[in-house]
Design a protein around this ligand. Sequence first.
Ligand code: ZN
Length: 529
Amino acid sequence: MHKIVELFKTTKVSVAGPAKKALAVRIAKSAGLEAYPRSLTLAPGGAVLLARKGIEKSLLVVSLEASAPAWAWEFAGHKMTASLDRQRLAITVCRLTHDNAAAVRRNFPHTAPRVFGTRTAAGLGDRLGVGTPGHVRAVRGTGLVPFFAQQSIREMTRTGREARQVMDDATWGVFQEGWDEGFGSDADHLKTTVDIDTCITAGFTMYTIDPGEHVDNSADTISASELRAKLGATNWRALETTENELKAAYLARGLPLPGRVTLDATEETLARAAVKYGAAVSHTAAMFRHLAGRMGAKPFELEMSVDETATPTSTFEHYFVARELRRLGVKWVSLAPRFVGDFEKGIDYKGSIPAFRKSFAGHVAVMKELGPYKISIHSGSDKFSVYPIMAGLAGGLVHLKTAGTSYLEALGVLAKVEPDLFREILDFAFARYEEDKKSYHVSASLANVPRSEDVKDAKLAKILDSNDGRQLLHVTFGSVLTAKSDGRHLFRERLLDALRRNEEAYYAALKKHLGRHVKPFAVKSRKGK
Ligand code: ZN
């Protein structure tokens, strides 16, 4: 057994497996708490770990009483002393506040996000803020880079969370599980420079620019004369080019791409692409320049996403967008087209599989020609029928994004451990669905979902096995989490407390379900790592 005094003298002592667990348990016990053994992290002259009493979690900052190191003073909490191995220990019992999370990130870099370039990645959005340990377990051993902090501005508004809370929750989850392989953080669907600034302050490292409001979806179908008029009205100054320059660049020669894909650009397809995406390109360039200016020397990465637009992105349109972004000096690690078929929330792909394969191959060909960068897959939850196609064609240049499916897993656990609360949430979701579905791509029909009073407790979780039930509960998350009565949340704290009381069940559900998502993308040849 390691003597605590030896450990505190050096960070070189490797504590692993049973010895680490035993040490963490003994330290936490000396403070009257129960340890999260994987969290134990040594630092010069001391250690930190996460512990709990009931559902209340605390950070323990531990050192010898006689010689507390300077870094330990960065943590604010309740100070106490304890005895271990005949040594007097100073222990600060800290609440999981923002300031303490920031101190953890400063002193223990594995708990802070960083950039990963084009490594295969999985975004694991956690709307409730208590799921990261389960997400860690889902990606462990896959070789994928996890993005544990991932939230769009819309999700933050709907869940009543701030960007820094999203970051802090990811930090605590990573710390609890002792995940030291690094993680990314994705400030998703940013539409304005104000959105960017908010997420810079919170320490995000990846910025997903969504210029969807600048995409003109009518370009696919308008008449030749309307097209002519719209092209004439293009803001060429913002695009830093002219119509003639575009024609010279795209029409002068054929555009062969890797993988026997050829683009046949005609004056018409070019005009439609320019009308549809021109303003989106110039907006993205402006957002990139703002971000680069604000970040200065700090590393960051950028994604451009047009996944939430009404019409699919064709191979040529993807080519046009990427080539124009490059001309304007934008640097990006991933691009999210709007795919063919239906990528509805929380359920499998709907549409023609051969059409998807052909279209995805086109996106990959463009990415290889103008990249490398990753194809980003938004609304990536539960698309089990197309994961193998994506993984096979993109050769690891993929960023899969999920979020809502983890919320559904939470409700699945709730249905089992607190069926009455699940029933309340289900009833509430029925009342909210028609309104809440307006901003989502879903097709559920309420007539296909049983009412709570018609379902026995043991069958409640089955509601989450049907597409209709999943979408009903998926799109109403914001209303559920923010609903109030007499100034108090109706469900939020009760749901979170139920998950905290049953956290191992929640982590196991996430490990299983998100594990199925990431498995097709696992990076196989990582020998020696
Ligand atoms: Zn998206």
